[in-house]
Design a binder for this molecule. Structure first.
Ligand code: PMT
Length: 404
């Protein structure tokens, strides 16, 4: 699976903190994500974790010494070739040196030579982090465009609890992905994506809903972020985590989703409706829990029709001309192409992604999907059965082509 991290040249600087062990995990995760990771250890870092650990997880030489032949030649090369310089953990001492342009070891020399974005993950004792000198140095670096990730609160090596722990490698990885995706083809574009089911309450403890997990919509949000878009995700209850960098608007009912969508699309470039919106809701919502003793042997629930969100979008769009593109989904079990085509026209869509949900291995709740992507002129792509993230990347690819 290709992400913005794939094929990137990343310099990972590691400075002397107990959090060095997390840097080994980060180096491994970046390598697994397809990056070429060049690790530079300071002398202090090499006391916590050996260069061999990093060499083993990256499969590349590790740099420690400015004065050996390799280090001296490489510092300019490493800095100039890198797509991103990450320093994790970044100690108060290294942050101070970077803020003042000191260049006394291979890492600080490389940082001065680097022309790529720089991302620092501070790690230090809480008192050191809060010290006015450290805070001033951090501000100075931020003013120069350096991105600070963390620190977070928690237990520190000293045994004290405070603000100074390095963020976890998985979170750093998400920040790195976001940073590297920033300049993608959808930079400057705003996408609204819906995901998950709606829940239509019957009484305080019961609701009508469906099996949508939100996986497909969330995968679309991640793919759009990877392409550099600003993404707002309007979603019913999700069974998967919302990607870092997404603006998440949680909703429950179709009515709430409609209102959130109509507000969000006013300045949007595209709307992608992957949510499985309930077409009907209970006509009456009981204020108290319905008791089985209140009912006879049968219970009839009267339903009333929910608003069709895409129909409301169509009406608003005729006046505002936003968003520029609307993509709907069609979950069909028979005559998928014919029903999909009919929905595209009726709902005023530019694209429709039709999934045949009669297949047990595609559609609702599972990890994979198979899509026929239709435009107004006919079939644009047959996206074969694969992971929902790969399906999402292809849908975003076609959408981006239509937007530029
Ligand atoms: O969430 P997952 O578990 O990953 O599953 C993904 C999915 C199968 C839910 C997704 O890929 C999908 O197909 N979503 C749309 C499901 C659906 O509701 O299809 P539909 O044919 O009923 O609706 C057609 C379109 O109209 C959809 O874009 C839907 O969001 C929209 N709609 C539906 C009803 C309604 N009241 N208002 C709407 O705008």
């Amino acid at each position: 699976m290709t992400t913005p991290i794939t094929h990137q040249q990343i310099v990972l600087g590691v400075t002397g903190s107990i959090a060095c062990y997390k840097a080994a995990d980060l180096a491994s995760k970046l390598t697994q994500a397809g990056a070429a990771v060049d690790v530079i250890l300071t002398d202090a870092a090499a006391r916590f974790v050996t260069p061999f650990t990093f060499q083993a997880v990256t499969g590349r030489p590790v740099y420690t010494d400015l004065w050996d032949e390799r280090g001296h030649i490489r510092h300019v090369q490493l800095g100039e070739q890198a797509n991103l310089l990450v320093i994790a953990p970044a100690t108060a001492h290294t942050i101070a040196k970077l803020a003042h342009g000191l260049a006394d070891n291979l890492l600080t020399v490389t940082a001065l030579a680097a022309r790529c974005p720089v991302l620092l993950a501070p790690a230090m004792d809480g008192g050191m982090y809060e010290h006015p000198a450290t805070q001033a140095n951090i501000r100075l670096l931020q003013e120069r465009g350096v991105t600070m990730i963390g620190p977070v609160s928690g237990r520190m090596a000293s045994g004290l609890t405070g603000l100074g722990r390095m963020v976890e490698p998985a979170e750093l990885l998400a920040h790195i992905r976001l940073k590297l995706g920033e300049n993608g083809v959808l930079r400057g574009r705003k996408l609204i994506i819906t995901a998950g089911p709606t829940q239509e309450p019957l009484d305080p403890v019961r609701y009508l809903s469906n099996y949508s997990s939100g996986k497909q919509g969330v995968a679309l949000a991640q793919a759009a972020l990877d392409a550099g878009a600003a993404v707002t995700l309007i979603a019913g209850p999700l069974q998967v985590a919302v990607p870092l960098g997404v603006t998440h608007i949680p909703v429950l009912t179709a009515e709430q989703m409609k209102n959130a969508v109509l507000a969000a699309i006013q300045d949007a470039d595209a709307l992608l409706m992957a949510a499985a919106v309930a077409d009907f809701r209970p006509a009456h919502q009981a204020e108290q829990k319905i008791k089985k003793t209140d009912q006879g042997p049968e219970m009839v629930i009267e339903l009333t029709r929910n608003p069709d969100i895409l129909a409301a979008v169509k009406a608003q769009r005729e006046e505002t001309r936003r968003p520029h593109l609307v993509l709907g989904f069609a979950a069909e079990t028979q005559d998928v192409l014919a029903y999909g085509q009919e929905k595209l026209i009726r709902k005023g869509l530019d694209f429709i992604a039709i999934n045949d949900v009669s297949r047990p291995d595609a559609g609702f709740a599972v990890d994979q999907n198979q899509i026929t992507l239709l435009g107004r002129e006919g079939v644009i792509a047959e996206i074969p059965l694969q992971d929902k993230s790969a399906v999402a990347a292809q849908i975003i690819h076609y959408l981006a082509q239509a937007l530029v």
